[in-house]
Design a binder for this molecule. Structure first.
Ligand code: DGL
Length: 283
């Protein structure tokens, strides 16, 4: 199934078009922020599927269906590339989307894997993410494909997303939850921990406090922005000109606490927000 017509492919190939970034909700703004830091001249069209968040506990089939609709929306607006900022959607849907979407499409798993491989010295790596991401085995399979000798410790850490959304990142409750989740990983002597979820970069300091300064924390948002930068440069698709890019946020619902949460994720004043309806695809 293709999610867009040939005419739209041509329209989407211009370097001046925005980058489309989507996530299940506001979490992907950490990826949008990393892209803005790495590529300030690029404009971003961000879609947060806030009406259907979370994706982290949904079945692979449902996440793929949602991800297809997210892509169809971004393509209908005209984007030159798509970033699947959501780890769960990258884990469940990226291989299928890469066959269907007519513009370059990037996920956060591959860049996170590359960064973890670069960071580890001992070959012992921890991975945390949603139930969907960890259950899919996406990080584990890709890491072991590159280095079968790795020793991996993967753990689903579903309580971390609500803690971040409550802005409890420095709260004693966050510390206790992190201790509980991370103690077994720490006990295995990992030297690298993959933060395999959009929300976890906001817990970086608390996670460092539990894991210790000797463990490298791999943030897939930063690695994804670096991969995208390299691709745009190599294909001549970088936005040119000195002006800084814009960011536009589209949501499928406007949660009451959105502004507050989004501001923390984006670390800047909020751009205009629109509520949109996604195209429904038949499969
Ligand atoms: N954005 C999701 C991820 O990175 C976390 C939130 C959710 O479960 O939808 O996996």
């Amino acid at each position: 199934m293709s999610v867009i017509s040939d005419a739209a492919v041509k329209r989407n190939s211009g370097a001046t078009l925005p980058l489309g970034v989507f996530d299940s909700g506001v979490g992907g703004l950490t990826v949008a922020r990393a892209i803005r830091e790495a590529l300030p001249q690029e404009s971003i069209l961000y879609l947060g599927d806030t009406a259907r968040v979370p994706y982290g506990n949904k079945s692979p089939e449902t996440v793929l269906r949602y991800a297809r609709e997210d892509c169809a929306f971004l393509l209908s607006r005209g984007v030159k590339a798509i970033v699947v900022a959501c780890n769960t959607a990258s884990a469940h849907a990226l291989p299928a989307l890469q066959q269907e979407v007519p513009v370059p499409i990037f996920g956060v798993v591959e860049p996170g894997v590359a960064a973890a491989l670069a960071a580890t010295r001992s070959g012992r790596i921890g991975i945390i993410g949603t139930q969907g991401t960890i259950g899919s085995g996406a990080y584990q399979e890709r890491l072991l494909r590159s280095r079968p000798d790795l020793i991996l410790h993967a753990c689903a850490t579903p309580l971390l997303v609500p803690l971040v959304e409550e802005d409890w990142v420095g709260h004693v409750a966050a510390r206790l939850v992190l201790e509980e989740y991370l103690a077994p990983i720490r006990a295995e002597g990992v030297d690298t921990l993959v933060l395999g979820c959009t929300h976890y970069p906001l817990l970086r300091e608390a996670i460092r406090g539990v894991m210790g300064a000797g463990v490298a924390l791999v943030d897939s948002a930063e690695s994804c922005a670096a991969t995208l930068h390299k691709h745009l440069e190599e294909t001549g698709a970088l936005a040119v000109g000195g002006a800084s890019g814009t960011i536009e946020i589209c949501l499928t619902d406007r949660p009451s606490n959105f502004a507050n949460i989004a501001q923390r994720f984006l670390a800047t004043d909020l751009p205009p927000v629109q509520v949109v309806t996604l195209p429904t695809l038949s499969h």
